[in-house]
Design a protein around this ligand. Structure first.
Ligand code: NDP
Length: 314
């Protein structure tokens, strides 16, 4: 049982590698920077069954040796940040060309099953959401809207997933996608990641306002488990929205103030317009595969405990 995880040192991938090692897999993890990946070497089972391989998303053929000999490939590596100066170089190329680069290696190796870490960013950023009773896996984010509103990260995930589906169809490969919402949870790695940073900045008072948007929230351990469940289930197909709860940012901030009155949660509505109501996001497909989502409150508690331990919070 050998699998490859791309971007193995990342926030979500570290939990996935931990879970795969716990379940007896041999893992070939691709990384860019050995220094940022040291935490992986301390995971139980790592000394016997984890191999780290350097590979850059934009270097053709860089993933060939990592993917070779693997039954499955989890492609999680993709840049996730919002402040960009050159969207093509920083986000779109690594996401889209990088995904195709990994899939080229899978095609050469005839990988039996691929799990793509996509995002609900590739699902729900569409005007079709408004008025829909439930947003499910049939939705794709609107590329023109993303460009118009310069939602570069959302665009990168949407274009990458669409390109991946085209590629696997053409090359007759078996792929499933996991589409998580905003992922929170304890850090296994040393560096902060974008989604936990958001929580941190509300709690430490750095964020003074929040966008007029309702988004989904989910715990990192459930996201890792979702990847394993779709990989191991021979009947899994298509996309899997991975979400515990949709909350407007304003309600999320209220939840934080209620749970942590000791922190200076000061963020207010960014403008006076009425708050966009929370949409419903289906998580039935993953529930049907046996996933029971941890509550957002539990996930926030675990995350805050970790942020305190790592001295990000008092
Ligand atoms: P992290 O930033 O923690 O991890 C991103 C990973 O991608 C890192 O290993 C990073 O390597 C790697 N990477 C980025 N650019 C390149 C590149 N050019 N070449 C090789 N590797 C690269 O993010 P997350 O764990 O949060 O995200 C992992 C995946 O999950 C991404 O695909 C993201 O879009 C998706 N996702 C995340 C959500 C969230 O809320 N966190 C929600 C939905 C989806 P390095 O450390 O060297 O930079």
């Amino acid at each position: 049982k050998t699998v490859c995880v791309t971007g193995a040192n990342g926030f979500i991938a570290s939990w996935l590698v931990k879970l795969l090692l716990e379940r007896g897999y041999t893992v070939k993890g691709t990384i860019r920077n050995a220094e940022k990946s040291k935490h992986l070497l301390n995971l139980p089972g790592a000394s016997e069954r984890l191999q780290l391989i350097e590979a850059d998303l934009l270097k053709p053929g860089a993933f060939d040796s990592a993917v070779q000999g693997c039954d499955g490939v989890f492609h999680t590596a993709s840049p996730f940040f919002y402040n960009v100066t050159d969207p093509d170089a920083e986000l779109l190329d690594p996401a889209v060309k990088g995904t195709l680069n990994v899939l080229e290696s899978c095609a050469k190796a005839r990988t039996k099953k691929i799990v793509l870490t996509s995002s609900v960013a590739a699902v729900a950023y569409t005007p079709k959401r408004i008025g829909a009773s439930v947003v499910d896996e049939s939705f794709f984010s609107d590329i023109d809207l993303c460009r118009k509103e310069q939602r570069w990260y959302v665009l990168s995930k949407t274009l990458a997933e669409l390109a991946a589906w085209d590629f696997v169809k053409e090359h007759n490969l078996n792929m499933v996608a996991v589409n998580p919402t905003m992922v929170l949870g304890p850090l296994l790695q040393a560096c902060m990641n974008s989604s936990n940073e958001l929580l941190l900045e509300y709690l430490n008072g750095t964020s003074k306002s929040f966008p007029n948007l309702a988004v989904g929230w989910v715990g990192v351990e459930d996201v890792a488990l979702a990847h394993l469940l779709v990989y191991e289930n021979p009947k899994s197909e298509g996309r899997y929205i991975c979400n515990e709860r949709v909350l407007h940012y304003g309600d999320f901030v209220s939840l934080l103030s209620k749970l942590y009155p000791q922190y200076p949660v000061v963020a207010k509505d960014a403008d006076d317009s009425p708050r966009i109501p929370a949409h419903e996001l289906s998580n039935e497909k993953l529930k049907n595969l046996g996933l029971t989502f941890r509550s957002l409150e539990e996930v926030v508690h675990e995350t805050v405990a970790c942020l305190k331990e790592l001295k990000y919070l008092e």
